[in-house]
Write a protein that binds this ligand. Structure first.
Ligand code: GDP
Length: 322
């Protein structure tokens, strides 16, 4: 089964890791959010791409979910001792990635090509694509003004109240090479349990991606369990925007894009409301505490994908028969 997964960082990477264990490399393509990307210390940093690639390569920090395992902090410590910025942590191994990426980008290589080269070096076999080769930074609109994403997320620790989001330059951006063909060839598209506002929406904002998705069987895995997030500000964002955070709110957020939804067992009371949105719903434990959980959840997600694919095939043959 050919699968395209749309992913942000930590939540997305965990599910993608499980999917990669069940699918052959040519069956899985991951399209990754680039809205978090930014320049810092003269380096171009792509937090979600790195989290997905490090996780698939088995070199991610298992405690944080981001950054590298077996990391040291010598460069960062000496930078801070000299009065440099201390709000964005960069480990020594991780710095190597940003130095080489920045060098290649400055030499004119597009981000998708750099990512392909890094994946080959790290032994990552599924296809990993940035959503676009152009820069489309997420801007967080808050009661304290418009903040660049990392300023809001890391420097201000998500404290300012959000009022909305925009994706600068999205209208002029194009999907990276390979993104649209992968979506058009996909049997099923999975919206990973990533932040809908700042991980999945920035991907959907790139012209052409929503059009390519229309008509594909699409399912989402809830990033909200029991009204709260496992990590990060998604639930806080819903609340500040006047929407009660829940799996149902996530399904409504994606609206008519969705055919299926993976709901956590703790939210069983949302099963019928989700069904009444016309969705195929699979209820399971969606919390990925360890690798076994990632594999188990990925298997369940793929089962729902099969179900959606069979329904789509049946509908097609019904239409042909009419
Ligand atoms: P970020 O870019 O690093 O913030 O990562 P994502 O946007 O991919 O993931 C953040 C979202 O993933 C949050 O809304 C979390 O609640 C969700 N998440 C993280 N771990 C899990 C998990 O184990 N299960 C589920 N269902 N959601 C998770």
């Amino acid at each position: 089964m050919k699968v395209v997964a749309l992913a942000g960082g930590v939540g997305g990477a965990k599910l993608v890791d499980g999917l990669a264990a069940h699918l052959s490399p040519d069956e899985l393509c991951v399209v990754v959010n680039i809205g978090d990307d930014f320049e810092h210390l003269g380096l171009y940093i792509c937090p979600d791409l790195d989290t997905v690639c490090y996780t698939l390569a088995g070199i991610a920090n298992p405690e944080t979910g981001w950054g590298r395992a077996d990391e040291t902090w010598n460069a960062f410590d000496s930078l801070v001792a000299l009065g440099g910025p201390d709000w964005f942590h960069l480990g020594d191994r991780d710095l190597g990635t940003h130095l080489e990426r920045t060098r290649r980008l400055r030499a004119g290589e597009p981000l998708s090509q750099v990512t392909r080269a890094f994946c080959a070096a790290w032994g990552v076999r599924p296809t990993v694509l940035p959503a676009s080769d152009q820069r489309v930074p997420t801007l967080v609109h808050t009661e304290e003004g418009v903040l660049p994403f990392q300023e809001y997320f890391v420097h201000r620790a998500c404290q300012p109240k959000v009022t909305g989001f925009s994706f600068a330059g999205a209208a002029q951006a194009r999907p990276a090479p390979g993104v649209l063909p992968a979506i058009l060839a996909a049997d099923v598209v999975i919206l990973c349990p990533s932040n809908p506002w700042v991980s999945i929406d920035p991907i959907l904002a790139i012209p052409g991606i929503c059009q390519a998705l229309a008509g594909r069987p699409i399912l989402a895995v809830t990033p909200i369990i029991g009204g709260i997030t496992v990590k990060g500000p998604a639930a806080k964002m819903y609340a500040e925007l006047g929407i009660q955070p829940s799996a149902l709110a996530v399904a409504r957020h994606y609206g008519s894009l969705l055919d299926g939804f993976v709901l956590d067992v703790v939210d069983a009371e949302l099963y019928e409301p989700l069904r009444s949105l016309g969705l195929q719903v699979l209820m399971t434990d969606t919390l990925m505490r360890d690798r076994a959980d990632r594999l188990r959840l990925a298997e369940a997600v793929l089962q729902l994908g099969e179900r959606l694919l069979n329904l789509a095939t049946c509908n097609e043959s019904d239409e042909k028969a009419v």
